[in-house]
Design a protein around this ligand. Structure first.
Ligand code: HEM
Length: 443
């Protein structure tokens, strides 16, 4: 067994690097790369390694995935109350069974049937937009992707309730906004009014979700949505998911399935609005491929540049900017010892901007995603959807949604930023701090 531990910043005697991390999370994780490809840090009493080399990221996520489970940060009581034992948080044999049961619902063919819903919902949103008005695109995209995930999950239309459900969901995410502070750790243990509000809000969504499950079980219909697939899914021994398990999976898909996609779209609009050359090529492709026709799934193979925009946006602004694991046994990585219980993190935010893998890394260049260029990249230099057995189950759903919504919206509107400077807020995901404020222009 290798004995040496990786280098890294010592930080404060008690707090470790907590203060530096909280002051400027993205800056801190970037600077830590100067210590090497594997960097050791400490948050209070928790030891963490940061991984910067694609080969080591591959070891953690794929080759040696069995030595790890999800990071401790995912096991907070708050998060657990929300998503329970859903796909994102469950482990071991239980997770394997759930993944096997859920997988057919995400097959390409099944997902393709949702393309039309995505386009129709986008068109419905656009019908309310007026030339010259100011809008916050990040709000619009979140609402639109929420409506779409509810329709595809439940075959139910929440457009009237969407603001309400949206409000509840965003109030649910707030407690995670200040992770890794002492306050947060204490907050996890003390009952506060904020907690009560949070738990009440979760109960409210619970009631809605359990009602929908009960109605569907009673009607027995295959509505063609994800819930029907999950209800019908059967293990080899004939067992199906319980209501409680269905609720956890539905909640997980609710949460995992809309905000990340909304962020990818919001950042795409931001980058297009600030790169006129790319925007021009984007519009030219839409006009040429669609010729004024409403986009459909069958257009996707021809919307090559649009797809490159999506990929390049998720390189620069990966909605999931970190993935974390905990070692469940003593192991090693990159030539260093990893004691059991160490937390390991790989940062899409840093690796996607590493000059060793991307030339001119800060520049927005959709052109870099030609297939020849992509093939030359090390496998884990770009991993917006994670990788290995726990790879995002919704990656095809997300790519389809991003490309179809970019095409449907970009065909009719372009945007002018009202504030060129947009600050990034790394919470659970990578958000624009004050939204993406634009003036909407009809094309
Ligand atoms: C641009 C959009 C999206 C991004 C960037 C994204 C990113 C990710 C990442 C990085 C992981 C792996 C986390 C880890 O290994 O710890 C993940 C897992 C997951 N994602 Fe996504 N995701 C997106 C969209 C979606 C959508 C649309 C759905 C569902 C409709 C979804 C459902 C899930 C689920 C269920 C998991 C857990 C899978 C498992 O562990 O078996 N995601 N996602």
């Amino acid at each position: 067994m290798i004995e040496n531990l990786p280098p890294g910043p010592k930080g404060n005697l008690i707090m470790g690097v907590m203060r530096e991390f909280n002051r400027d999370t993205l800056g801190f994780i970037e600077q830590c790369r100067n210590y090497g490809d594997v960097v050791r840090t400490r948050f209070l009493y928790v030891h963490a390694y940061f991984l910067y080399n694609p080969a080591d990221i591959e070891t953690m996520l794929t080759t040696n995935a069995r030595s790890y489970r999800k990071a401790q940060s995912l096991r907070s009581p708050f998060f657990h109350r929300l998503v329970g034992n859903g796909l994102v948080t469950s482990e071991g044999d239980f997770w394997r069974r759930q993944r096997r049961l859920a997988q057919p619902a995400f097959h390409r063919q099944r997902i393709s049937s949702y393309g039309e819903i995505m386009v129709q919902y986008a068109l419905r949103t656009l019908a309310n937009w007026r030339d010259g008005e100011e809008r916050d695109l990040s709000r619009d995209m979140t609402r639109l992707t929420l409506e779409i995930v509810v329709k595809t999950l439940f075959n139910s239309d929440v457009s009237k309730d969407a603001d309400h459900v949206g409000q509840i969901l965003s109030s649910l995410v707030k407690p995670f906004a200040s992770q890794a502070t002492l306050k947060w750790i204490l907050d996890n243990r003390l009952p506060t009014p904020g907690h009560r509000r949070y738990f009440n809000a979760v109960s409210e969504i619970d009631r809605i979700v359990f009602r929908i499950i009960a109605e569907r079980r009673a009607s027995g219909y295959d509505e063609g949505d994800l819930l029907s697939m999950l209800l019908q899914a059967q293990d080899d021994d004939g067992t199906r998911m319980s209501d409680a398990q269905l609720r956890d999976e539905v909640m997980t898909l609710f949460l995992a399935g809309h905000e990340t996609t909304a962020l990818a779209l919001s950042w795409s609009w931001y980058l297009l609005a600030s790169h006129p050359e790319a925007e021009k090529k984007f519009h030219a492709e839409l006009d040429e491929v669609l010729g004024g026709r409403t986009p459909a799934v069958s257009d996707m193979p021809n919307l090559k540049y649009t797809e490159m925009i999506a990929k390049e946006t998720m390189r620069l602004y990966p909605p999931a900017y970190a993935v974390g694991r905990e070692a469940i046994e003593d192991t090693e990585i990159g030539g260093y010892r990893v004691p059991k219980k160490t937390q390991l993190f790989a940062f899409q935010w840093v690796t996607h901007r590493d000059p060793r893998y991307f030339d001119d890394p800060a520049a927005f260049k959709p052109e870099r995603w030609t297939s020849e260029n992509s093939e030359q990249l090390p496998k884990y230099a770009y991993f917006p959807f994670g990788g290995g057995p726990r790879q995002c189950i919704g990656n095809y759903f997300a790519m389809m949604e991003i490309v179809l919504l970019l095409a449907t919206i970009g065909q009719r509107f372009r945007f002018t930023l009202t504030d060129e400077k947009v600050d990034v807020l790394p919470v659970l995901s990578l958000r624009p701090k004050k939204g993406i404020k634009v003036v909407v222009n009809e094309r």
